[in-house]
Design a protein around this ligand. Structure first.
Ligand SMILES: O=C(O)COP(=O)(O)O
Ligand SMILES: [Mg+2]
Length: 228
């Protein structure tokens, strides 16, 4: 059993951690592909491509692979189609994971301070969090286009810590992907990961976060309660 921590701030990732957003993203990817007269990719493929922002997702869909670049003219045609689709299909099919609200409310009841740090662009992040009733839990939301760099760079985590006026030592990132683990390590944060999220098809345990949880209801096993 690892020693329980009492971080001065907690940052929580969005896609694959708070919300299963792939159903909406996959709908928009396939609708975009259909409009371009290209083959549909399906939800299972999209699940492996989420986590580095919507632009990277569109590039991956066009080449049907995680790494590599599509033809720029094709991308220039495809990206605005995706953005328009995702604006209208941002939250309809997406769901908050079981245990998230209970975990967040437990942390808030212990006096922990929370912000959200995601690679999703702000124009999509804020409406999604609001639609799912999660926005008001967070002091700040740092989106994929808030800083010059996205996760796995530590910049968005350090920016959130600065906004919260808390030193980054003894801070916690809760995420689902290797980008969260790498960003947290580079920022000097503790890092907990959810087993159910998106990590490009790879088990997140391979990246050795401090803790892997199946549900945020397990947080009380790893974080100190108010009186302790
Ligand atoms: O890929 C995205 O758009 C966002 O992913 P994240 O919320 O897991 O950072
Ligand atoms: Mg994620």
């Amino acid at each position: 059993m690892v020693a329980k921590i009492k971080p001065g701030l907690v940052l929580i990732d969005l896609d694959g951690t708070l919300i299963d957003s792939v159903p909406d993203l996959a709908y928009c990817v396939d609708e975009m592909m259909a409009q371009l007269g290209l083959p549909l990719r399906g939800e299972a493929a999209v699940r492996n491509w989420v986590g580095n922002g919507v632009e990277r997702l569109v590039r991956r869909a066009l080449i049907n692979a995680v790494d590599g670049e599509p033809d720029e003219a094709l991308f220039a045609k495809a990206y605005p189609i995706f953005l328009e689709l995702y604006r209208d299909n941002n939250a309809k099919r997406s769901q908050v994971y079981d245990g998230v609200v209970a975990g967040i409310e437990w942390m808030l009841a212990q006096g922990y301070r929370l912000s959200c740090v995601t690679n999703k662009a702000e124009a999509f992040t804020l409406p999604l969090l609001k639609d799912k009733g999660l926005l008001d839990y967070f002091e700040f939301v740092v989106s994929g286009d808030t800083c010059a760099e996205k996760k796995p760079h530590p910049m968005p985590l350090l920016h959130a810590a600065k906004l919260m006026g808390v030193s980054p030592d003894n801070a916690l990132m809760i995420g689902d992907s290797k980008s969260d683990v790498k960003a947290a390590r580079a920022a000097g944060f503790h890092v907990f990961c959810m087993s159910y999220g998106y990590n490009h098809g790879e088990d997140i345990r391979n990246y050795e976060p401090d803790v892997v949880m199946d549900s945020m209801t397990e947080l009380a096993n790893y974080m100190r309660a108010k009186e302790s």
